[in-house]
Design a protein around this ligand. Structure first.
Ligand code: FES
Ligand code: FES
Length: 163
């Protein structure tokens, strides 16, 4: 089988990787490029811990051949925090104790970001629906939903301040 070179963007960085056919985006991000916030859970599309954004849309990186992101922009948790502060979603997860081991958290945060980017004021049901593919073995989903709702309020108040 012939390896190929794939070019894409991760955060603000242009990357180029040499990969064997059908190498997943998860493998490249986590093991070739060092984006360790991309977790390796089930590797079968069942847990959501590997979720990243591709052109702003959440994807399960364990199911996506890296060739499919050629020329596209990938966002991992590493790109979310600001230089001197966590992203409001990250901060809200801390404030609401919305994790214990934290293994599911990067995927939860990335899917929540995609949700709040397209719907700044989701209902509790919409939050839980968006996170239906993200499994947490530790925390229960109430504090996670609270954190996302709280982050939505913070982001909305920031938007109001900038108007
Ligand atoms: S590792 Fe990708 S969904 Fe579980
Ligand atoms: S905090 Fe441990 S799996 Fe979610």
């Amino acid at each position: 089988m012939v390896s190929s070179i794939v070019s894409f963007q991760v955060g603000d960085r242009e990357v180029e990787v040499l990969v064997a056919p059908m190498t997943t985006l998860q493998t490249v991000l986590r093991y070739q490029l060092g984006y360790t916030a991309v977790k390796e859970g089930c590797r079968q599309g069942g847990c959501g811990s590997c979720a990243v954004l591709v052109d702003g849309e959440p994807v399960l990186s364990c199911l996506l051949p890296v060739e499919d992101v050629a020329g596209r922009r990938v966002t991992t948790l590493e790109a979310l925090a600001e230089p001197d502060a966590l992203h409001p979603i990250q901060q809200a997860f801390i404030d609401h104790l919305a994790f214990q081991c934290g293994y599911c958290t990067p995927g939860m945060v990335m899917v929540s970001k995609a949700l709040l980017d397209r719907d700044p004021d989701p209902s509790r049901a919409e939050i839980l629906d968006a996170l239906a593919g993200n499994v947490c073995r530790c925390t229960g989903y109430a504090p996670i939903a609270e954190a996302v709702a709280d982050a939505a309020r913070v982001l909305a108040s920031r938007g109001a301040q900038s108007r």
